[in-house]
Every structure is written in structure tokens, then in C-alpha cells.
Design a protein around this ligand. Structure first.
Ligand SMILES: [Zn+2]
Length: 162
């Protein structure tokens, strides 16, 4: 079910951010950072702007306008990368293509340990990634244990136990 996969994706990202926080940026910094990433990825730079939106979302990608709307004027790098991952995917959902793309962006523009941690968090939630990323199989058991502990404590996750 799409909703369940989406909720589990959000829960896995939230649990990961509790264990391995990413840097918080202002909107100006966010636009600069995404402009650098867009140039490296060979795509147009998306505009990040603050907008009123449902409390269910921290940010929203608008593919037709090539924009990213955010709810607050401070955003984390992970929240920001979530949206370009949507812009770079053919499908507009939170499926395997999306997760694999997000982990790739995190690895390239945040850090390898963060990418490993996010990958582990997805897998702990039963969310698979493309098999073309075998390097992420080499994860430390300790990191996996910490993330699993956070997921087990998370109410959001427990509501979506497979
Ligand atoms: Zn999303």
C-alpha cells in the first residue's frame, strides 16, 4: 500500500535523524546548497521557498514548477535532499527508486556514514533498496542496533509494523 510505504519511509527518516542528525540550514543556505547539488547533478537548480502547508509535511516537491516548498525557515539537509530525490525520480512515490536515489544523494552530499545509517534505517523498517548498492551491506552492527532501538521506541513506526 502506497500510504503505508510513505508513512514507513517518513518514520525511518525520522528515526535516522534522531540517531544521526544532519546540519540545519537557513533558506539562503539551503538555496545555495541545492544550487551546488543541482549543478553537480546536471539539472536546473530548484527554488526553495517557505510556504504554508499541512503539518504532516516539512517540505513538498513541486515537479512541474521545479520548486521545493518548506514549512519552516530552518531546514535540515536530510529534509532538503528528500525533495530533490523526488525531482530526480521518474515515479512520484516513496518506492524503491526513491529510497535508492535519496541514499545516493545523502552519500554524495552529506556523508558515507549518514548514507549507511539511512540505508540501515530503511532496511530495519522492511523498506528495500535497489540491489545495485552492495557497499551498504557492510554496515556496522552497532549502528544497526542503535537505529533499530530508536525505531522500536517510535510510536509512528509501531503503528505501521508489517
Ligand atoms: Zn516525499
Amino acid at each position: 500500500m502506497t500510504t503505508s510505504e510513505t508513512q514507513r519511509t517518513y518514520a525511518a527518516e525520522d528515526a535516522f535523524e534522531l540517531v544521526m542528525p544532519t546540519i540545519t540550514l537557513s533558506l539562503d543556505e539551503a538555496n545555495d546548497w541545492l544550487a551546488m547539488i543541482a549543478e553537480a547533478e546536471g539539472v536546473d537548480s530548484p527554488l526553495v521557498f517557505k510556504s504554508k502547508m499541512s503539518k504532516n509535511y516539512g517540505a513538498l516537491a513541486l515537479p512541474a514548477e521545479w520548486c521545493i516548498a518548506v514549512r519552516r525557515s530552518k531546514v535540515t539537509q536530510l529534509l532538503l535532499l528528500h525533495e530533490p530525490a523526488h525531482l530526480l525520480c521518474a515515479k512520484e512515490n516513496h518506492g524503491i527508486e526513491f529510497r535508492t536515489e535519496l541514499v545516493r544523494l545523502v552519500r554524495r552530499y552529506i556523508s558515507f556514514p549518514h548514507a549507511s545509517g539511512l540505508c540501515q534505517s530503511f532496511k530495519t523498517s522492511g523498506l528495500s533498496l535497489s540491489d545495485s548498492k552492495p557497499i551498504f551491506e557492510e554496515l556496522s552492527n552497532k549502528l544497526a542496533f542503535v537505529i533499530r532501538s530508536f525505531l522500536e521506541q517510535s510510536d509512528a513506526h509501531s503503528a505501521y509494523q508489517p
